[in-house]
Design a protein around this ligand. Structure first.
Ligand code: NAI
Length: 328
């Protein structure tokens, strides 16, 4: 089975090559180019392609993959909002993903962002390095005894809820499908969560229903001085409305691992480039916004699990066995 691996970074190669000897019959060609309309034809002669969160897997790309004979798309991530599933179904291409490679990796990053945005540790470090030991601008708030509102209590949301409980927070949640096993938290309506949470963390997937879930109306319902964290998908937040809310002093702090506009830049060193858009820069111009570049997944454990599950998905396809991680 031949797999074309798009958008290879050194760490992808390292983790996949480590496990590959345990999967005889699977051959991977690693290329640096990401998949888009111009590069889809490179998949000629491959049974499968492997792609990540920032891949363009819209209808034209999938139709090209189909013309090239590709039968399987291996997403080496949990989210698949960038895959046009109508077109894959029409073309008879299967799509597999890695549903839960390390929920704790993402949840721990969500808490790291919340803490950094709140306590300004990123700025404190730079200040100390420059012998500036003044505390101006570094004041935060306690999380202890505050209310954490978790939107989406799937694998990552649950892990985040447990971390918040460990901080001594009251944990409330909103989900379309409440999980009865989470007896330490209380499910409430979205409106109640918005109006009573001191920390709001987004963990629902990006769907047509959740797109721009955080907008001027929902922001208006939040408590003044709320801390908002998004490690799920950028499109959950309407960025212009968030910027307006920040200007209105609504937020104590905002931590973003994902944001609209990220696809063009994410995982690339753009430090010498003049970027064609400026939303990210506008966000970063605020002293209470902290951003990272979609790195919630980036731990040794998560990368090991991603490589293992992706290769298991490929093996099941190759062997004609049941595919556990298909998306429809
Ligand atoms: P999951 O599928 O286990 O949980 C998602 C939860 O959201 C489910 O409980 C579901 O019922 C709920 N949900 C769905 N629609 C909803 C709605 N309209 N309102 C409220 N809740 C809703 O997913 P998991 O593994 O917890 O991942 C969550 C998201 O995190 C993924 O969709 C992905 O976008 C993102 N992610 C981000 C990463 C990063 O590196 N920053 C890495 C991995 C995932």
């Amino acid at each position: 089975m031949k797999i074309l691996f798009y958008d290879t970074k050194s760490y992808d190669r390292e983790f996949f090559e480590k496990l590959l000897p345990s999967y005889p019959g699977i051959e991977i060609k690693f290329i640096e180019a990401n998949i888009h309309e111009e590069t889809a034809a490179l998949a000629h002669g491959y049974d499968a392609i492997c792609a990540f969160v920032n891949a363009d897997l819209g209808a034209p790309v999938i139709e090209e993959l189909h013309r090239q004979g590709v039968k399987l798309i291996l997403m080496r991530c949990a989210g698949y909002n960038n895959v046009d599933l109508k077109t894959t179904a029409k073309c008879g291409i299967q799509v597999a993903r890695v549903p839960g490679y390390s929920p704790e990796a993402v949840a721990e990053h969500a808490m790291a962002l919340a803490l950094t945005a709140n306590r300004h540790t990123h700025k404190a470090y730079i200040k100390c390095r420059e012998n500036n030991f003044a505390l101006n601008g570094l004041m935060g708030v306690n999380f202890y005894q505050k209310t954490a509102g978790i939107i989406g209590t799937g694998k990552i949301g649950q892990a985040m809820a447990k971390i918040c409980r460990g901080f001594g927070m009251k944990v409330i949640a909103y989900d379309l499908f409440p999980n009865k096993n989470l007896d330490f938290l209380e499910y409430v309506s979205l409106d109640e969560l918005l109006s009573t949470s001191d920390l709001i963390s987004l963990h629902c997937p990006m769907t047509p229903e959740t797109e721009h879930l955080i907008n001027s109306e929902t922001i208006a319902k939040m408590k003044d001085g709320v801390i908002l964290v998004n490690t799920s998908r950028g499109g959950l937040i309407k960025t212009d409305d968030l910027i307006a809310g920040i200007r209105d002093h609504k937020f104590f702090a905002v931590g973003l691992d994902v944001y609209e506009e990220e696809s063009a830049y994410v995982y690339e060193d753009m430090s010498s480039s003049i970027l064609p858009t400026s939303t990210i820069q506008r966000l970063l111009s605020f002293p209470n916004v902290t951003m990272t570049s979609h790195q919630g997944f980036f731990t040794v454990e998560a990368l090991t699990n991603i490589a293992e599950t992706t290769l298991e998905n490929a093996k099941a396809f190759m062997d004609g066995a049941e595919m556990k991680n298909l998306v429809h």
